[in-house]
Design a protein around this ligand. Structure first.
Ligand SMILES: C[S@@+](CC[C@H](N)C(=O)[O-])C[C@H]1O[C@@H](n2cnc3c(N)ncnc32)[C@H](O)[C@@H]1O
Length: 259
């Protein structure tokens, strides 16, 4: 791991642990959606949101609502990398009882501990969910089982060496496995030197790739970029749903406005 990647990992861990400690929410002074209004605006179903008290949503940092896509993929096993408090896997366990095992991994002990507290009231879901505190860059050391779907809802752009990381994900996927990413892609260029500053990576922009670069590193990892769906344009980036599959699977053809 180079110095920048190490410093980035350290800063991210500190920031998200601070978020877990801060009652009024990390983004309280910033005039953007957060907490329950954020989840409502992203389209998380009311039937799921009402399962939990409003305060449990303060430390949710999703980039999109992944539930419709996960329901369509219908995985038997799901790995959520950068799961935060594990809200997405908690909702998946409710919505899709056919999922047998859901694993969430995050570097923030504080966020995971909030997730574990939540599960105490939901023993049926808790039986299927494993929350692990670990660095995503050390996945090799975790002896993880193969999985049908890997979700990264807001954590892919926080990974410095994406090419190497995607290779590791390819090894974790079973059969016709899917990687589902919600993050920003570049649709223009960032100011010169922007990505050299760690602070610019913390909110997922400094590490954003163009769709072309993404397609290249996905192919280099032996995977296939199946679709890129633009959810919102915020120049010079677009918030996107990115679907990646194993190369030997029968891809249904590339659909994208960005590639
Ligand atoms: C934007 S948040 C998304 C959290 C979660 N998916 C959600 O929807 O609430 C990014 C998450 O990735 C985690 N993360 C970032 N880099 C990580 C790393 N190298 N190892 C483990 N977790 C990491 C952070 O701790 C944080 O919880």
């Amino acid at each position: 791991m180079n110095d920048f990647a190490g410093a980035l990992g350290h800063t991210l861990k500190e920031m998200y642990n601070r978020a877990a400690d801060c009652d009024s929410g990390l983004l309280a002074p910033v005039a953007i959606d957060r907490g329950l209004p954020l989840l409502q605006n992203l389209g998380y179903p009311q039937s799921l949101l009402k399962l939990l008290p409003r305060t449990s949503f303060e430390r949710a940092f999703p980039l999109a609502n992944p539930l419709p896509k996960i329901t369509a993929v219908a995985p038997g096993t799901l790995l959520d990398l950068g799961c935060g408090t594990g809200l997405d896997i908690f909702f998946c366990a409710h919505l899709m009882p056919e999922i047998v095992h859901l694993i969430g991994i995050d570097a923030s002990a504080g966020l995971l501990s909030e997730g574990r507290e939540r599960l105490k009231n939901f023993p049926e879901q808790a039986r299927k969910i494993t929350l692990i505190e670990a660095d995503l860059l050390q996945l090799d050391n975790l002896n993880l089982p193969g999985c049908d779907l890997i979700l990264m809802n807001g954590s892919f752009n926080l990974v410095y060496d994406k090419k190497n990381f995607l290779r590791k994900l390819a090894n974790l996927l079973t059969g016709k496995g899917t990687v589902l990413i919600y993050d920003f892609l570049l649709n223009g260029s960032l100011p010169p030197g922007f990505s050299d500053e760690i602070d610019n990576w913390l909110w997922n922009i400094g590490g954003a790739l163009s769709a072309k670069s993404l397609r290249e590193i996905v192919a280099a990892a032996g995977l296939e970029l199946v679709s890129v769906k633009e959810l919102e344009k915020i120049e010079p980036v677009s918030r996107c749903e990115i679907v990646i599959e194993k190369c030997d699977s029968a891809a249904t053809g590339l659909s994208s406005t960005l590639i």
